[in-house]
Write a protein that binds this ligand. Structure first.
Ligand code: NDP
Length: 480
């Protein structure tokens, strides 16, 4: 018997089928009221929360992270799902705008309409929280979603879609298509109305090129090389505690994790002592009480090793660990000091449990150095002065700043999240996140004939003369 190969669906067929079904689902979902969608989404989050133990198990098995970290991730995702569901009506309702003097005869309003189908392409490091930032806000804005999880976390992605299906909604508004990068490329090419990509900057460029073929819009949540600044007056216990968590938590596999620390000279020795004490005996491994687990992406250990070796070869010093800390699939904590700013460890994303601490003269130098990165996702500033913290936030070239904490934004639904430069563009979360997945439509309604009729093929000379007079009278006045 010969198998008819043409009857075996290809990856492309699977993706196109899912997008077709999603388009059908989007007509139902997009036609519901905000309140109806809110109710479905709140039911969805309740089921996710009630079954979080099983989701935690899947995440733990696929990523190797401790159960507590997986639980934290699920909690954050549920928080965002709730915020998006509850706020979509307020944020996306039609609103009237002032038409201005020239168009005083028009009523003007802005609408935010669903786009249709959003293709979400997600990474493996936070396989629930990260894609949920796009999934929840897309769905709350009235779109159906086709989600392509990382090939390292397919069961987590499937769990989410299966859980939606368990609600017995008439249509699958959330579907998951599993597979490798080629499946992601098919999705970007399948005629979706927007792609929400989270992953590395290198892949983002490829996905963007694919989207360009069909002029499909894209939001990019890319990598990061976040700096933590320790300024005069900082609480060093808090700064070192947060630095340890930001650098080592989730084995350093956090897009907005701490990879670089800039500490003012006067505090440097004391800060380093405290940081060393906090990370030296971290429990790394698969045991139930481990503080972080294995590197999820096996080849990332080579990146970490190469960066540590390069930093040491260029004059950096290791005060915790070193190249020997890389013992696949684990990497023990590494703290490096005095690493040249042009070394790999300072320029490229590490995505491992290592951190570089460099001394600076003052806050100005810290900000200047932090801003040299091609990435611009997040930053943290520890300072004794709220005003200094806010001034630093003004000057840091990043999308999110946490003052006196790290990752302070993560659970705040109202705060938009995203970066600049190589960290990407567009925003998920918050009102901007809801609008990111909406199509803006401007509507005018003529209420009465304009006193000056300039939009006619039979303009009167008198109307044009009055318009010319008003132009100079209203706009032409000297301002200085
Ligand atoms: P990758 O860039 O390797 O992959 C991201 C996603 O893109 C995966 O689902 C991947 O599939 C898919 N993909 C790969 N090639 C293509 C392609 N040609 N077309 C379409 N899709 C493709 O990132 P990682 O999964 O390794 O995640 C780590 C990265 O994500 C880090 O750089 C991290 O900083 C970043 N990140 C950013 C966040 C943010 O919000 N800014 C949050 C979390 C992570 P597959 O895995 O199957 O190859």
């Amino acid at each position: 018997m010969t198998i008819d190969e043409t009857s075996i669906p290809t990856d492309r067929d699977r993706v196109e089928d899912a997008v077709r079904r999603a388009r059908h689902a989007a007509r139902w979902w997009g036609g519901l009221s905000h309140d109806d969608r809110k109710n479905w989404l709140l039911e969805f989050k309740s089921v996710v929360a009630r079954n979080s133990a099983s989701l935690v198990d899947v995440v733990r098995e696929e990523t190797g992270k401790p159960a507590d970290d997986a639980l934290l991730e699920v909690m954050l995702a549920v928080e965002h799902l709730t915020w998006a569901a509850k706020n979509a009506r307020r944020v996306l309702r039609e609103r009237s705008v002032l038409p201005g003097l020239v168009s005083a005869n028009q009523a003007a309003s802005v609408r935010y309409e669903p786009m249709g189908v959003v293709g979400v392409i997600g990474p493996w490091n936070y396989p629930v929280y990260t894609p949920m930032g796009s999934i929840a806000y897309s769905m709350a804005a009235g779109n159906a979603v086709v989600f392509k999880p990382s090939e390292l976390t397919p069961r987590t992605g499937t769990w989410l879609a299966d859980t939606w299906d368990s609600l017995s909604a008439p249509h699958s508004v959330l579907q998951t298509v599993v597979g490798d990068g080629a499946v992601g490329a098919h999705l970007a090419r399948a005629g979706v109305d927007k792609v929400a990509f989270t992953g590395s900057t290198a892949t983002a460029k490829k996905v963007m090129a694919t989207c360009a073929e069909t002029l499909t819009p894209i939001v990019v949540e890319g990598g990061g090389k976040d700096a933590l600044i320790v300024d005069e007056g900082a609480d060093l216990d808090a700064a070192s505690e947060f630095a340890a968590f930001g650098a080592m938590g989730n084995a350093g596999q956090t897009c907005a994790g701490v990879e670089r620390v800039y500490v003012v000279d006067a505090l440097a020795d004391r800060f380093v002592d405290k940081l060393v004490a906090r990370v030296t005996d971290l429990r790394v491994g698969d045991a139930a009480d481990a503080q972080y687990g294995r590197m999820t992406l096996p080849r990332q250990v080579d990146v970490v090793r190469s960066q540590v070796e390069d930093a040491l070869a260029r004059g950096g010093r290791a005060v915790v660990g070193g190249p020997e800390s890389v013992r696949p699939p684990y990497v023990d904590p590494v703290v490096l000091l005095d690493v040249p700013e042009d070394s790999e460890a300072q320029v490229e994303e590490t995505f491992g449990p290592t951190v570089v601490v460099n001394r600076v003269r003052d806050l100005d130098e810290a900000i200047d150095r932090a801003n040299t990165s091609k990435y611009g996702l997040g930053a943290s500033v520890f300072t004794g002065s709220a005003a200094a913290g806010r001034r630093a936030a003004d000057r840091l070239r990043v999308g999110v700043v946490s003052i006196n904490s790290v990752l302070g934004f993560a659970a705040i639904g109202a705060l938009p999240f995203g970066g600049v430069g190589d960290s990407g563009f567009g925003r998920i979360h918050g009102a901007d996140g809801l609008r990111e997945f909406s199509r803006v439509k401007s509507v005018t309604t003529q209420r009465f004939a304009p006193p000056l009729n300039l939009v006619t093929m039979t303009r009167k000379r008198r109307d044009v003369a009055i318009a010319r007079f008003l132009l100079t009278k209203i706009h032409g006045r000297r301002r200085r």
